[in-house]
Ligand binder design. Structure first.
Ligand SMILES: NC(=O)c1ccc[n+]([C@@H]2O[C@H](COP(=O)([O-])OP(=O)(O)OC[C@H]3O[C@@H](n4cnc5c(N)ncnc54)[C@H](OP(=O)(O)O)[C@@H]3O)[C@@H](O)[C@H]2O)c1
Length: 386
């Protein structure tokens, strides 16, 4: 079998490093073309020495000298800055794993469409901000989009089984995060350390905070509507604390199909990288004792309004979805820097949604320019709140 040429955007992160583990278990199947990271040059150098890509790119140009020294004599090309990251992304490849965090992943993801045949997308913020333009561009350039987010990967697997017009509803699950069951009074006092302790998943800090606020699920509802082209009233989200069921399809004849697997991101990553085949893996199937403990409950919209807010944004249009994503990114940074409290994350997003003039957007360039405006507005809103 011919080796798949692969590029990993965000190789030093949680998704990126798990993808490298999958690749290391299947070294005869992959040829790593490029690895890309933001600032962690030592981790990137270590990965590059182990896996020998043709090139690496680091976004933060101040580390390029250190990275070059660490890789001297290896023959691995070193690029830097946004230009370097996009250059690495657009190298000829069979598959690109988009695993950068936040909307900074959008430009490199778009660049990657020029050189690849498949886009394995974990970076949900790019799907929310780039929306239909990103997906239309992929479609026009004949690039197969493969969702990596566990719920969307689950839906993708389920959707292979039937015609879209037979489907009545898509359902995503949410673990509920570390503060499931908390009321406003309790949420007032939660700390960054508590918010970073997810009960089921080990993820990067931004995604972990988003899981605690449930903005992660709001972003995923928008992502599902975009990826599968379903209206928001056909996409539901339910809390399922065990994270065994990731996605459910409901058909018009009353049949329901559940996608179930142990909560390990290695499975959806390997599924996207191996598609349309499947690799063997060391993740064990769930047994029926475990399955018998499954619980489902509705989202508590009162204390965790993020999914309700996402639905309102979907109704309002692309501009509001961009505000939702960007204001949340700014608010999460402020919370992680201990400049605002947990509940203020929700307040800031709502405030920016209420106060910003949201223009009609016709192109992806307009969307990206607008996202920059939102960043400034939201950073200002965050600086005024304690
Ligand atoms: N983790 C999960 O289980 C999970 C599950 C589903 C979906 N996702 C999605 O997958 C994406 C990645 O999540 P994660 O948890 O893996 O995040 P993470 O651990 O924070 O990793 C982010 C990666 O992006 C790189 N990066 C950040 N800014 C960059 C920039 N401007 N240019 C180039 N590289 C940059 C980081 O480099 P440095 O290491 O140098 O900072 C790191 O490699 C997110 O969109 C998240 O929502 C994650």
């Amino acid at each position: 079998m011919q080796k798949k040429k692969i590029i990993i955007l965000g190789s030093t992160g949680s998704i990126g490093s798990q993808a490298l583990e999958v690749i290391e278990q299947n070294l005869d199947l992959f040829d790593v073309v490029a690895l890309v990271a933001g600032t962690r040059w030592e981790a990137l150098a270590k990965q590059a020495i182990a896996i020998r890509p043709k090139m690496v790119a680091i976004f933060d140009a101040q580390f390029v000298g250190l990275l070059e020294s660490a890789l001297s004599g290896t023959g691995i090309a070193v690029l830097s800055g946004e230009g370097g990251v996009c250059e690495a992304a657009r190298q000829p490849s069979d598959i690109v794993l988009a695993a950068m965090v936040g909307m900074s992943g959008l430009k490199p993801t778009l660049a990657s469409l020029e050189g690849t045949r498949s886009l394995a997308i974990a970076n949900k913020e790019s799907v929310v901000v780039g929306g239909r333009w990103l997906l239309d561009a992929a479609h026009k350039m004949n690039v197969q989009v493969l969702p990596v987010d566990s719920e969307h990967n689950g839906l993708f697997q389920l959707l292979q089984s039937d015609q879209k017009n037979n489907i009545h509803k898509l359902i995503l699950t949410a673990s509920g995060g570390p503060f499931r069951g908390f009321n406003k009074e309790q949420l007032k006092h939660v700390t960054v350390e508590q918010a970073l302790k997810h009960p089921n998943w080990s993820m990067g800090p931004k995604n972990t905070i988003d899981s605690a606020t449930l903005f992660n699920k709001g972003l995923e509802v928008i992502e599902a509507c975009r990826l599968f082209d379903f209206p928001s009233n056909k996409v539901e989200a339910w809390v399922h604390p065990q994270s065994f069921v990731h996605a459910v399809l409901e058909f018009k004849d009353g049949t329901q199909m559940f996608q179930i697997s142990r909560p390990s991101m290695k499975l959806p990553i390997a599924h996207a990288l191996s598609w349309p085949e499947r690799y063997s893996s060391d993740v064990t199937p769930l047994n029926f004792d475990e399955l018998s403990r499954m619980v489902f409950e509705p989202i508590d919209d009162e204390n965790f309004p993020a999914v309700r807010m996402a639905r309102a944004c979907l109704k309002s249009g692309m501009g509001a979805c961009i505000v939702y994503n960007v204001a949340n990114e700014c608010a999460v940074n402020a919370f992680l820097d201990r400049r605002i409290s947990f509940l203020k994350v929700m307040t800031i997003v709502q405030e920016v949604l209420d106060k910003m003039m949201i223009p009609a957007l016709g192109t992806i360039d307009e969307a990206m320019d607008f996202a920059e405006e939102v960043k400034v507005f939201a950073a200002n809103a965050a600086s005024k709140m304690f």
